[in-house]
Ligand binder design. Structure first.
Ligand code: AMP
Length: 405
């Protein structure tokens, strides 16, 4: 059974009102009285699709969420800063609507001229978006003739704009960003070049258990860093002091350790740590000599021996997938592990892919972006896709070709 998706380049866009579901859920920072976009990567990645629709004579209507306003209008989550950034990037006016549905945006959608760009205010200001309510879908459907799915980072959500709307719009396709994400991520889940090194960090084992489970039969080496590592070390009988570690996570870690042993997968865990007396304590920082962490301390980054060990493991890798920081990288004294690992991966000759979020932010901060083959814009969506789950926003667009007998 072969699964494909309708492509943007196959659609007739001339004079059409084209709703593009984008992922403009970007970090903002305060600048004087207002907010500005602090990491525009997701906006930049959406530009090829927007420009393509403009070039083809379409009228662009952009829909996105930002943050978690919980179904209520809230100026803190307005897409206004995104509109300003986008207007500069495109070199044209971008009209931000006051509400994403209703008479005003519908009227405006009919007045738009070819090449105009309209940005709808935060879709999550209405509860119908996350509830995927048919009424809200119908109100969105009034705004467009064509639907384009380009919010890769939101495809794992069955929301009105990602799942309900493409169900009711006949002329629909995936956008250029979703096409690119699938081009890089699908070989990884189907047939990665070996040796394959999977590197996971961050805080929660529960979020990564699915991907670890799925890849155990496809990888050669698994590297575990970040807070996750303490659950694994605890499961192996080492002392983790006051480090983040819960019994439930330790049980999950045990399951992975057993699976790795059974399949001869090499599991690399930290051999030394950067520790401190409390979370947020940046004064009493030291490096442990060995794996055990004293009872009064907690691990907040991997140590130098661990960094070298990871470097050696990357030596002959043909594929590397990395997701999650190796320590509390937001704090400079605990950021070394993550940045050094970013450098080591960048230097490797392997095909290098990164699953969004914090690891992507670290790579940008280190200016290493160009050394990577692909940095996904999705966090949770990327992990769910890679662990073989079906994403609602993709499923709805599937074209299933049965093999000919
Ligand atoms: P996740 O969302 O699961 O990828 O986790 C990312 C978060 O994990 C980041 O905010 C890091 O600060 C945090 N983190 C990484 N290492 C540690 C650690 N050793 N202790 C506590 N938090 C950590």
């Amino acid at each position: 059974m072969k699964i494909t998706y309708p492509k943007l380049t196959e659609l007739e866009l001339k004079n059409k009102r084209v709703f593009i579901r984008v992922d403009f859920n970007v970090p903002l920072k305060q600048s004087g009285e207002t907010y500005v976009v602090s990491d525009p990567r997701r906006i930049e990645e959406a530009l090829p699709t927007i420009r393509y629709v403009i070039e083809q004579g379409g009228k662009v209507i952009l829909g996105s969420h930002l943050g978690r306003p919980k179904g209520q209008p809230n100026p803190k989550y307005s897409l206004e800063p995104v509109g300003s950034y986008l207007s500069n990037a495109l070199g044209k006016d971008v009209l931000l609507t006051e509400d994403c549905v209703g008479d005003a945006p519908r009227g405006l959608s009919h007045q738009m001229r070819v090449g105009d760009v309209m940005l709808l205010e935060n879709l999550r200001f209405h509860p119908g978006e996350e509830e995927n309510s048919p009424e809200f879908v119908a109100r969105l459907a009034e705004l467009c003739d064509v639907y384009v799915s380009d919010a890769f980072g939101t495809l794992h959500r069955a929301h009105a704009s990602t799942e309900g709307l493409p169900r009711v719009i006949k002329h629909r396709a995936i956008g250029l960003l979703v096409e690119k994400e699938l081009k890089f991520l699908s070989p990884l889940r189907e047939n990665p070049k070996r040796p394959f090194v999977l590197m996971m960090g961050g805080s929660k084992v529960s979020d990564k258990i699915g991907i670890l489970d799925f890849f155990l039969s496809r990888v050669d080496t698994v590297v575990i860093g970040g807070a996750m590592a303490y659950s694994f070390l605890n499961a192996k009988g080492f002392k983790v002091g006051k480090s983040l570690c819960e019994e439930k996570q330790v049980q999950l870690a045990r399951k992975i350790i057993k699976g790795a042993d059974a399949r001869n997968v090499r599991l690399i865990l930290p051999e030394d740590h950067v520790v401190s007396l409390a979370f947020g304590d940046t004064q009493n920082v030291s490096v442990t000599q060995g794996i055990d962490i004293p009872d009064d301390k907690l691990g907040l980054d991997i140590g130098p021996k661990t960094i070298s060990k990871i470097g050696a493991a990357l030596q002959n890798a043909e594929t590397v997938f990395w997701n999650g920081p190796m320590g509390v990288f937001e704090e400079p004294v605990f950021a070394k592990g993550t940045f050094e690992v970013a450098k080591l991966v960048a230097q490797s000759k392997a095909v290098k892919l990164v699953g969004g979020g914090d690891s992507a932010a670290a790579i940008m901060q280190a200016g290493l972006e160009s050394s990577f083959d692909f940095i996904s814009t999705g966090g949770g969506a990327t992990l769910e896709y890679l662990e073989g789950k079906s994403l609602p926003g993709l499923k709805v667009l599937e074209i299933v070709q049965k093999p000919q007998i």
